[in-house]
Design a protein around this ligand. Structure first.
Ligand SMILES: Cc1cc2nc3c(=O)[nH]c(=O)nc-3n(C[C@H](O)[C@H](O)[C@H](O)COP(=O)(O)O)c2cc1C
Length: 193
């Protein structure tokens, strides 16, 4: 079968099922109603100099989700890396909560102040990237949020000789719908010269 993306259900159904596995930014931010935490799998690193990451919440203008709304106001956010031990807590924070409910409480994780930016971070996360707003732009119905990583927290036991050893980080990836992937099934490939 081939055709336009709509033929496969919808562009979302097609792209979310074939651009896999996607890393998950578990984004913490601060807003007028308190501290906020939500996952976004339309997420990646987009530049190294300066170090910039990007996530893409659906919604623009008055329809923006709380996370981009907070980030555009405070110019700060934290990307907490989702690992196997935190995946259920992460999932809880995708729920739509009332204005007085806390995603941190619902997920059973602890908000602590970030070191360098005006946002909370997840104390239980093994890696947290503190970001200042680098830029934002609308692409159709989504708001792309770019953040410059200005400070990082990494658990000591992920480090070998002062560098992160990827085989010690059980990062979780998103597939489609309720399916996720671990990064435990690894193999090594030499790059050609
Ligand atoms: C694993 C996972 C990944 C998600 N990725 C996205 C995404 O990339 N973009 C998006 O708009 N919503 C995404 N969502 C849904 C948001 O997390 C959800 O709408 C959340 O309630 C937004 O919270 P906020 O309004 O506090 O910002 C995802 C949900 C899950 C569980």
């Amino acid at each position: 079968m081939d055709g336009t993306p709509d033929v496969f259900g919808s562009p979302y159904r097609l792209l979310s099922a074939v651009v896999v596995p996607r890393p998950i930014a578990w984004v913490s931010s601060r807003g007028p109603r308190g501290e906020n935490l939500a996952p976004f799998s339309f997420f990646n690193v987009v530049a190294i100099d300066p170090p910039v990451v990007m996530f893409a919440p659906v919604g623009v203008g008055d329809d923006r989700k709380d996370t981009p709304e907070n980030v555009l106001a405070t110019e700060a956010f934290v990307v907490n890396v989702v690992t196997d031990d935190l995946v259920e807590a992460m999932n809880e924070t995708a729920a739509t909560l009332g204005p007085d409910e806390s995603e941190f409480e619902r997920a059973g994780v602890t908000a602590v102040d970030a070191t360098a930016v005006d946002a909370p971070r997840v104390a239980e996360a093994h890696v947290s990237l503190e970001c200042t707003l680098y830029d934002s732009m609308e692409v159709g119905g989504s708001t792309l949020v770019f953040g410059e990583v200005v400070h990082a927290h990494v658990d000591d036991d992920l480090l070998v000789d002062g560098k992160v050893d990827v085989t010690r980080l059980d990062a979780t990836g998103r597939l489609a719908g309720g399916y996720y992937a671990t990064t435990r099934d690894r193999f090594h490939l030499e790059r050609p010269p």
